[in-house]
Design a protein around this ligand. Structure first.
Ligand code: SF4
Length: 378
């Protein structure tokens, strides 16, 4: 049996994953997509055809892509749902994760394209992955504003023009406009696979708001006229992995964070300080209220209360203290006088002066209880 040859340290597998991800057609597209409706400035760079200035490998987003591919393939094979279908109009394009047709619409298609279980109303589904850190917020608040704009845009495009007439879906395009009545957002936790499904009716107002949002981007003459919707690298993850981060914020100067590039004169400082004071006021009011609640429920057992779950966790605190008994033994061995009433501070000082190590012991302090409040799923 031949022995594999190791020619050097193993490269990170993310380098390969990233290369594949960058080669995908969507990574090269410049036309605005429904998923570009999160940051106005970023959409503007894309719309004006700027070349990306940054490239950061995002394992989280690559994992999200893999999860998407695996789950949509499974849904297509097992449920017969339509997956990764293209929609577009003159301004925006999109690729819908899943469309589950109702019985009446599905009957107009060849049998191979009909869902095994039709929906009771035509449904557009978008799959999102989340880390466990954002899971509580996901269950509590559901879809974010950009996520709603994205999925409502898909539904609007299907409602108005149907599936795009492109290779691989010509039969679907012949159906014409599809009346979509339901939106489904399926959240998958990347850390433990937990699943949370939010279903809501199609909302033409949000779809209209998304049209207006995109229109504002297309009306700019330069990306800098578009608003930054995030607070920059080191604060918002969207900026940490943004391909236009340097174009947007500039390079760090004198080792300072890039946000410092926005401050040019005293007027800028004054404006930022006013923001700081306003934010601090809100934070301090909120913090007072949290401390009030913490004290109010001090005698309450852990458990479910309305829409929330109360948990208590205890944190043991350990610290190193001089070990008096061991110090007495050292003093005894050295024949040094031991204070009749042992004086810890004096003994420590004497050992340090004599160049001897101060014996230490670990003291466990009474644990303090920490409150935890998390969302409860219905
Ligand atoms: S760096 Fe942040 S604010 Fe700037 S374009 Fe990118 S996402 Fe938007």
């Amino acid at each position: 049996m031949s022995t594999p040859t190791i020619t050097g340290p193993s490269p990170s597998i993310w380098v390969a994953a990233d290369a594949i991800d960058r080669a995908r057609p969507r990574s090269r597209q410049r036309q605005l997509g429904a998923s570009d409706t999160a940051c106005e400035r970023r959409a503007a760079y894309k719309f004006h055809g700027w070349e990306p200035t940054d490239h950061v490998i995002s394992p989280a987003s690559v994992l999200g892509t893999y999860t998407h591919e695996g789950l949509t393939t499974a849904a297509r094979k097992e449920f017969g749902w339509l997956v990764e279908k293209k929609v577009a109009d003159a301004t925006v394009r999109g690729s819908i994760d899943i469309v589950q047709l109702d019985r009446v619409t599905a009957r107009q298609l060849p049998r191979r394209l009909r869902p095994r279980v039709p929906a009771d109303e035509n449904t557009v589904e978008d799959i999102k992955t989340r880390t466990v850190y954002r899971w509580d917020e996901t269950i509590r608040y559901g879809a974010t504003a950009p996520e709603l704009r994205q999925v409502m845009t898909y539904a609007r495009l299907l409602n108005s023009g149907g599936f795009a007439d492109v290779d691989g879906q010509r039969v679907l395009a012949r159906l014409g406009p599809i009346r979509v009545e339901r939106i489904r957002l399926r959240y998958i936790c990347r850390d433990n696979g937990e699943e949370f499904v939010q279903e809501i009716p199609y909302d033409p107002d949000i779809a209209e708001e998304a049209v207006w949002w995109l229109q504002r981007v297309t009306e700019t003459e330069h990306p800098e006229q578009a608003r930054r919707d995030f607070l920059g690298p080191g604060i918002d993850a969207a900026c940490d992995y943004c391909p236009f981060a340097t174009a947007c914020w500039g390079a760090p100067a004198n080792g300072r964070p890039v946000q410092a590039n926005l401050v040019h004169d005293n007027e800028d400082v004054a404006k930022h300080l006013a923001d700081y004071v306003a934010a601090h006021r809100q934070w301090s009011e909120a913090d007072k209220l949290k401390r009030f609640v913490r004290k109010s429920v001090d005698g309450t057992d852990a458990g479910r209360y309305g829409a929330n779950r109360l948990d208590w966790s205890e944190e043991e605190k350990k610290e190193q203290r001089p070990d008096l008994r061991a110090m007495i033994e050292i003093f005894d061995t050295l024949g040094a006088p031991i204070p009749t009433v042992p004086d810890e501070d004096r003994m420590v000082k004497a050992l340090v002066t004599a160049g001897l190590a101060v014996p230490m012991r670990t003291v466990v302090k009474r644990p303090s209880r920490r409150i935890g409040v998390s969302a409860v799923r219905e």
